[in-house]
Design a protein around this ligand. Structure first.
Ligand SMILES: Cc1cc2nc3c(=O)[nH]c(=O)nc-3n(C[C@H](O)[C@H](O)[C@H](O)COP(=O)(O)O)c2cc1C
Length: 197
């Protein structure tokens, strides 16, 4: 597939199932490729990932639903349950983190850019998210980007044991595509792009 086609094909897929053509090992290899080659400010390589399959992945969404039950108005909760259950029908979830130990080291080493390092760290993490999203999409695996942090941060740390310096940035549930994405509206490019000769 050309990169152009891959850009167009990638969508947010919310309705997942367990039917995919790749093994866990093949998915992990794609994730490793992206993690290794994603660009980072000062080549800091501050992104950290946790990939959850099987029981661990179910546990993540149980934790999320429990946390949401405490903050969601009761009349809206059934919708929330439906959304979380659609993720649970998939295959796995990738947790994206940034290691603030690295970010803080850079801030100390290069005080001139101290304010920028947290922003650059988020930007580079977003690039990694997109690389992985594209790779999954190319292999006909549906995914979406979720942000239940910071609501779930403490419970996730307790459940999955990772260094305290890792900050959760995003969650990407993935799996087979049960329903295609709906039509997307596009803001006209006129006015969004300027070209000078
Ligand atoms: C930075 C960022 C944050 C997003 N956060 C969420 C989110 O928390 N929950 C969600 O369902 N989708 C989230 N999305 C997905 C967008 O809603 C989606 O990409 C957009 O509507 C365009 O649809 P598409 O992904 O199908 O092209 C996020 C996307 C980006 C780039």
């Amino acid at each position: 597939m050309t990169t152009e086609k891959a850009f167009v094909q990638r969508r947010s897929i919310y309705s997942l199932n367990s039917k995919i053509n790749l093994s866990y090992q093949q998915i992990t290899s794609l994730i490793e490729l992206a993690l290794k080659h994603a660009p980072t400010a000062f080549n800091s390589q501050s992104a950290r990932l946790i990939v959850l399959y099987g029981k661990s992945y179910q546990k993540l969404w149980d934790i999320t639903l429990r946390a949401l039950s405490k903050v969601t108005p009761p009349e809206k909760f059934p919708q929330t349950v439906t959304k979380i259950n659609s993720f649970k029908q998939g295959v796995g979830t990738i947790l994206f983190f940034e290691d603030y130990k690295i970010v803080e080291q850079l801030q100390q080493k290069y005080p001139l850019y101290a304010e920028n390092f947290p922003k650059w760290s988020e930007q580079s993490n977003a690039m990694l998210q997109y690389m992985i999203w594209l790779l999954l999409s190319e292999h006909k695996i549906g995914a979406s980007l979720q942000h239940y942090n910071p609501l779930i941060d403490d419970d996730i740390l307790h459940a999955f044991h990772f260094p305290k310096s890792w900050r959760l940035i995003a969650q990407m549930p993935f799996g087979g595509i049960a329903h295609k994405a709906e039509e997307k509206n596009f803001t006209p490019l006129k006015g969004r792009l300027k070209i000078f000769d």
